[in-house]
Design a protein around this ligand. Structure first.
Ligand code: ATP
Ligand code: ZN
Length: 283
């Protein structure tokens, strides 16, 4: 039987969440820090632990069938791969930043200036799209210190809190790319049954994360109004309580409007509301 290979980051910002996602998909494997490859005991899959920069090319070239990597890395390496699923973690933004004190006011002021970055490809496209002609200085690390050293007039780097910018006398000056971790595959292999099975498992985990399981008690006369607030997957389950005239309602609600829903439910007569996390939702 065929065995798939999935490449994930060996260590760094995406490693832990990638491992967690695969484990939540019911895959059993040892997360040895020292090994490059780890077999999954209950699915025909092997996990390759790599530097994130190598993942898109490994997938494009067929050394791995699948990969989990940030969109920023995919865009920078300019590979031809299939985007299979956005994963909702590793979110970050590639931004331009400029010195607090300086003469740069608008994007056009970057014409003729030097911009330091570890993302020359993405920045090059962005500047071209915005008709800016600037010199791109490619630096592999600590990009934010380059204006202070007189190496560049601006930078383009991943910014999360902005703390690093501030301590280097810089301020954000516009977004270049928003990124999150994505599952990628080889072009043309998307319909492979094993790949589809894995995508479905991943989707069931992601769906569950966005949803809560809710149980509440209500008087039977309030059930109709409460039901309008609870779509559920099909419709809520209503079961009688031992006490005459009362029912328990079981359903799922989206995490994002959780608190407003709970308050509406209380106003409609819901009591004893219990909320639980969900492991998987299979449709
Ligand atoms: P590797 O050793 O695998 O090459 P790295 O040092 O290049 O690792 P990390 O810093 O671990 O990479 O970041 C991995 C990915 O995490 C980034 O490419 C990006 O997609 C995402 N990410 C999320 N938040 C941030 C952040 N605040 N700074 C940098 N990357 C972030
Ligand atoms: Zn890297």
């Amino acid at each position: 039987m065929k065995t798939l290979k999935i490449a994930i980051q060996k260590s760094g910002r995406l490693n832990e969440k990638s491992v967690e996602l695969l484990k939540n998909c019911g895959l059993s494997f040892e997360n040895y820090k020292s090994s490059l490859i780890s077999p999954v005991s209950n699915f025909p899959l092997e996990i390759l632990f790599l530097r994130d920069d190598d993942i898109p090319e490994y997938v494009q070239d067929g050394i791995a069938d699948l990969g989990i990597v940030g969109e920023n890395v995919i865009c920078e390496t300019e590979v031809e791969v299939a985007y299979l699923q956005r994963l909702g973690f590793g979110k970050c933004t590639l931004k331009l930043a400029i010195p607090n004190k300086g003469d740069i006011q608008a994007l056009a002021d970057l014409n003729g200036k030097a911009i330091a970055t570890s993302y020359p490809v993405i920045l090059g496209k962005f500047l071209k799209d915005n008709n800016v002609e600037a010199e791109i200085r490619t630096i592999s690390g600590s990009v934010e210190i380059s204006p202070g050293l007189g190496l560049a007039d601006a930078i383009c780097d991943i910014v999360s809190t902005g703390g690093t910018l501030k301590s280097n006398g810089l301020k954000p000056f516009g977004d270049v790319l928003s990124s999150e971790a994505v599952l990628i595959g080889r072009k043309g292999e998307e319909e492979d049954p094993l790949i589809q099975e894995l995508i479905q498992r991943i989707q069931s985990v992601l769906r569950a994360k966005e949803t809560k399981y809710v149980v509440l008690n209500a008087e039977r006369k309030n059930v109709d109004e409460i039901k309008t607030l609870l779509p559920g997957i099909k419709s809520p389950t209503v079961v009688p309580l031992a006490e005459e005239g009362w029912v328990a309602i079981h359903t799922v609600i989206p995490e994002k409007d959780f608190w407003s829903r709970i308050n509406q439910l209380k106003a409609a007569g819901a009591q004893g509301i219990v909320v639980m996390p969900i492991e998987k939702i299979i449709l």
